[in-house]
Design a protein around this ligand. Structure first.
Ligand SMILES: Nc1ncnc2c1ncn2[C@@H]1O[C@H](COP(=O)(O)OP(=O)(O)O)[C@@H](O)[C@H]1O
Ligand SMILES: N[C@@H](CCOP(=O)(O)O)C(=O)O
Length: 291
């Protein structure tokens, strides 16, 4: 029997839609696999009642099919589904690493990421790899058609989960189909600044680099209280705030000393707008690990 823990992740980071992602220090899914003649799945933990146990509809089951690695798969969910924290990706990533090991498949990091992304495609409609890459590799990741880059970044964060449900599939439907050149120039500038900041461990640069005016405003419109939460977080010291993944989660970049007050301010901002929320301080963390 093999057990693997894979963390929650925050994708996009504003300026890197479908490209950037970070592994979060917590929470995480734990996936346990045992060889079987055919794949079966059971799920416990956060939001388990909303997660299909049909292997064709569960990201971990799709991964088992892609790897031709039938197994009994137990998923203990730490990452709440439809939160914008890569819940479906955490299971896909952990299942990929666990099943590759169980069946002695010698896959490169990049191949592991591609397999896990097929699991994501089954639920979001697109094989976007910006959650599964950091869930497997850890740190800050950059995903492109031709490969995956990973930086072992040191960065403090605060994450807030408003009591709203937004599915990734629905949130992909509001992304604009085209963009003006001025907006593209602005986004490239932010993405470059963010990447430098990740390499330097500089929260000011990363905070400036999450600013983006193409995808984020469309996503933010699905999250009641988003503007109030951002204003409160910035007033408490956040260097940048954006939608986490497809939302409704919100990610704030901050200096280490400010993490707790920024998390509290995000909750206060949502509550002032009449939306219940929870938040916690965290940081960029590791990828999938055997447990
Ligand atoms: N193993 C899994 N873990 C979480 N969600 C899953 C899993 N397999 C399938 N799903 C489905 O994926 C959807 C959640 O994924 P998504 O909307 O991308 O949320 P998140 O942003 O948390 O990843 C839900 O409809 C859920 O039922
Ligand atoms: N790039 C994707 C990321 C979705 O992240 P999730 O955590 O909401 O699943 C997108 O923005 O659609």
């Amino acid at each position: 029997m093999i057990s693997v823990r894979a963390p929650a992740t925050s994708a996009n980071l504003g300026s890197g839609f479908d490209v950037f992602g970070v592994a979060l220090d917590r929470p995480a899914d734990v996936v346990r696999v045992e060889r079987a003649d055919e794949t079966t799945i059971d799920v416990t933990g956060a939001g388990a009642q909303y997660i299909p146990e049909d292997p064709g509809k569960n990201t971990a089951g799709v991964v088992a099919r892609e790897l031709d690695a039938p197994a009994h798969i137990h998923i203990d969910k730490g990452v709440r589904p439809s939160s914008g924290l890569g819940s479906s990706a955490a299971s896909a990533a952990a299942a990929t690493v666990a099943l590759a090991d169980l069946y002695d498949r010698d896959l490169t990091d990049e191949a592991l990421v591609r397999v896990a992304a097929e699991g994501e495609a089954a639920v979001s409609g697109d094989a976007h790899a910006d959650n599964v890459a950091p869930a497997i590799l850890g740190g800050f990741t950059i995903v492109r058609e031709d490969g995956v880059e990973c930086v072992d970044a040191d960065l403090a964060l605060a994450v807030c989960l408003p009591d709203i449900v937004v599915s990734t599939r629905d949130a992909r439907g509001v992304v604009p189909e085209s963009a003006a050149m001025a907006d593209l120039v602005d986004t490239v500038g932010s993405a470059a600044t963010l990447t430098l900041g990740m390499c330097r461990g500089d929260p000011e640069q990363v905070g400036r680099g999450v600013e983006e005016h193409l995808v984020t405003p469309a996503r933010a419109a699905l999250v009641d209280g988003y503007d109030a939460a951002c204003d409160a977080a910035r007033a408490a010291g956040a260097t940048g705030v954006t939608v986490s993944g497809s939302g409704p989660g919100v990610l704030a970049v901050c200096r280490r000393a400010d993490r707790k007050q920024v998390a509290a301010a995000l909750v206060d901002g949502f509550e002032d707008a009449g939306v219940d929320a929870t938040a916690y301080p965290t940081e960029v963390g590791d990828g999938a690990t055997f447990v």
